[in-house]
Design a protein around this ligand. Sequence first.
Ligand code: 5GP
Ligand code: ZN
Length: 118
Amino acid sequence: MHDPNCLFCKIIAGQIPSRKVYEDEQVFAFHDIHPWAPVHFLIVPKIHLASMASATPEHAGLLGHMLLLAPKLAMEQGCNPYPEGGYSIVVNTGAEGGQEVHHLHMHVIGGPRPWLRG
Ligand code: 5GP
Ligand code: ZN
């Protein structure tokens, strides 16, 4: 369930401090340490799942839960409403997909432009 060497498992366990956005039985959400935009937080499953490439049909409910949380938390964190506002929902996967932390995470990035990246 948990990888003792994983940065995000340590954040979920509170062993490394983070600025929490949301938590429930299945997921933890916290602000990215290097935000690209006025709003930039990560939603991660509490189980250690390395990437989207590791996901199986048994994770469908968890992934659906994460995806549906993103718009709700985005609004709470100050993103502007669709369609004039909005946000990017990004799941980097593997080295060539730009994934640096190998615990599945969904970036939610938004707020008024310009953004640093994206
Ligand atoms: P990736 O490139 O794997 O999709 O994204 C990893 C993200 O985790 C990066 O945006 C990076 O800024 C963020 N990050 C890395 N280490 C930490 C940390 O210790 N705390 C927090 N809050 N974010 C982190
Ligand atoms: Zn982990």
